[in-house]
Design a protein around this ligand. Structure first.
Ligand code: F6R
Length: 259
């Protein structure tokens, strides 16, 4: 696991965009996209590179991590809609190749199995962007999620519903249920890139990176993965005991070693 601490949010997004750009330039790539506020600046930077530098997404396809259950696809806060308005509409990524779990499916368990199968049939995800919840969730795998779980329905904690109320008129409008890739599904992506910004994420980042591997902090599953880059700002790094070492390691990174 590599921990990259950047002075500002803007520099976090530049680093994340650099990583994603490397994959996109290599040709056919499968991106794993997160929603929520953390990756928005990275999406804006990638859109700018598309517009101004010709970064070409025509060889890319993408899978979303999760979707709310109980709001229609056309709702402005469905993740189907959000990823389009925040990212896909601003690059030349074919919207038909941007897949997400269908939170409106009649048979939600069958939909969960179908989604895992479609990701596998596409050859898996090359690079998966992740945010982290204040309770340590990734995707919407709340504390207690099996570390090997597959895509399935989860019940959001009250804390996550309160955290996400800012996207809705009120907390009462935040759905209780979601369809989310499991921790096992997410772990199959070949490269995990976590983005965290602000002091509010400091405890979750410390638990995920330096705490025990435990279902209590779902993001700690990253400790088992062979290729993880955690890109955070100074505020999100304030709980890390080894922050100085992480900075030192990045400064002394062998030139041959990429993120
Ligand atoms: C969303 C997702 C969630 C968010 C997390 C952090 O697709 O998977 O895990 O990444 O809730 O949300 P923000 O970035 O809004 O703080």
């Amino acid at each position: 696991m590599e921990i990259v601490i950047r002075p500002t949010a803007a520099e976090v997004h530049t680093t994340v965009a650099d990583i994603v750009e490397g994959y996109v330039r290599s040709g056919h790539v499968t991106l794993g996209l997160a929603t929520g506020s953390s990756p928005l600046g990275s999406y804006q930077e990638l859109a700018r590179r598309h517009r101004e530098e010709g970064l070409d997404f025509s060889g890319a396809r993408a899978f979303l991590l999760d979707e709310y259950v109980g709001i229609p696809k056309g709702h402005e806060q469905s993740y189907f809609s959000v990823i389009r308005s925040e990212f896909v509409d601003h690059v030349n990524l074919d919207p038909a190749l941007v897949s997400s779990p269908n939170g409106e499916a009649e048979n939600i368990d069958a939909e969960a199995r179908r989604y895992d199968a479609v990701i596998a049939a596409a050859g898996g995800v090359d690079v998966q962007l992740l945010g982290i919840g204040t309770d340590g969730h990734i995707g919407f795998n709340e504390p207690g999620s099996s570390l090997t779980s597959r895509t399935r329905v989860k019940t959001l904690t009250e804390q996550t519903r309160i955290d996400n109320a800012r996207f809705f008129d009120s907390v009462d409008d935040v759905p209780h249920h979601v369809l989310t890739q499991g921790l096992g599904t997410i772990s199959e992506a070949r490269h995990l890139v976590m983005i965290a910004l602000g002091e509010g994420k400091a405890d979750a980042i410390a638990a995920a990176v330096e705490g025990p591997l435990a279902a209590f902090c779902p993001a700690s599953v990253m400790q088992l993965h062979r290729h993880v880059t955690v890109v955070i700002d100074e505020a999100a790094a304030t709980g890390l005991k080894l922050a100085d070492y992480y900075r030192y390691a990045v400064e002394h990174k062998p030139a041959s070693q990429r993120f």
